[in-house]
Structure formats: C-alpha cells, structure tokens
Design a binder for this molecule. Sequence first.
Ligand code: PGA
Length: 263
Amino acid sequence: MIDNPEGMNTMKRRPILAGNWKMNHNVNVTRDTVTELRASLSDIDDVDIVVCPVFTSLAVAAAAAEGSVIHVGAQNVHWAASGAFTGEVSAGMLTEIPVRYVVIGHSERRQYFGETDENVNKRLRAALDHDLIPIVCVGEVLEQRQAGETESVVSAQIAGCLDELSKDDMLKTVIAYEPVWAIGTGVTATPAQAQDVHAFIRKRVAQQFDKAVADVVRIQYGGSVKPGNVAELMAEPDIDGALVGGASLKAADFSALVKAARS
Ligand code: PGA
C-alpha cells in the first residue's frame, strides 16, 4: 500500500491518548473524574494525556488538572474571534480557560451538525492561530468501506481539512483516523485495517507537505478503543495514540487504557 516505506515508520513519535467525553459529565463528575485521573496517572511522563469535556465543564476540568500530567481539550471551536454565531465558542475564548487541545471535525459534528471539510479547515486554522493543538478527525462510513472507497474518502478529507496549512502548522496538528462504523459500536478496526489507513494518511501528508513532516505528525486511531485492545493497536508502526469515547468516561477505565497503551 505504501510506495516508499523506507524510513517512513522509524521516527519515534510521542504517543497521545485523548478522551472525548462527548455530551457527558456535568461539572461535579468532571471535577471528580479529572481528580481521580491525575492521581492514578501522576507518574506517567512519556505520553500526552488529554480529556475533552463539554464546554461548560472545561473551566473546572482545567482547574482540577492544573500542574498535573492531564491536559484539557475542547470538542469544537469556531473560526471567528467573536460575533453573531449563536452556540459557538472561539479559539481565544478557549485559551482563556485555558485549554490546550481541541477536537475538530468529529464525525458526529459532520453527521449531525453539517460540518464540512471546508469549515473544519477554518476551525483548524483558527485553533492553530491561537496555539491550540488541534485533533482533526477523518474517517469513512461503513458503506464507503464496503464500496472500497476508504482511501479516496480519507484522501479528500485530508486534502480539504489540511488545505493551505504551513508545514509548521501541520507539525503541530494531530490527526485522528476514526472509521465511523467503529465509533460507539464495539466493533474496532483490526490493527491491520487501522495500520493500512494510518500508513495511507502518512503517505498523503508526505505528498501534501513533505516526508519530514509526515514522519513527525501523530496519527491517533479512534473507534471502540478499550484497555483490552489499545496495546495491539499501538503496536502498529503508524498508530501513535488513541481518541477514546466510551472507555474514557470512567477514570478507572481511562487510566487502565493509558497504562495498557504504554505496555
Ligand atoms: P468510542 O468513540 O471510543 O466510544 O467508539 C470514539 C470517538 O468518537 O472519538
């Protein structure tokens, strides 16, 4: 699948494990969960650990995580600084909290709220302008996989979402490959299926930017990742972490997952 794999997978990339809490956890549960996570993961310094609560819980999460190994991310960001965009939150507002990461273009945003590669690109550029670390999500739906369209779908998403990014900005950006059929379904892509697409994404990034950038960019897998399957996924050469929904909600599960990912 890769034309030129030489050297492509030799780069050591710092793993990143992110919990996407979606529309779950009120302020109190957020505080408790972050507090528990920081205690159980306090000795871990070789992976980046991120939790992404709802907007209304971000401030309490940031306070509970302060000075710890836990970083806080938002689940979306708007491209404008301020204005008549009811229901949206700007990058400047997020950095004020402060949050460090932001998930952009999650398939639920695309599916239920009409987000497109074009506006994902605008959100991404706003995030980068404010020194937020974006986690940009791509991935095919089941029909597209069954029709053999996975690579063309992901390729178009990469081209659109990452359009006109500088190499420097690309180096800061995390990509999450999340096959939509694996999200919240309990059906995980096999490590080989995930690795194939991750290698393809890295090749696409090399084409759009260059190989040095592609070697450094971190690509997470997402879709029914659990403590029991994260190690085999992470063992693949192009899988640099996980974006985790259900198994990140309870501190015990997510800390078990982070620990398993390092084994
Ligand atoms: P899941 O969600 O781990 O519950 O499948 C992943 C995601 O949506 O990011």
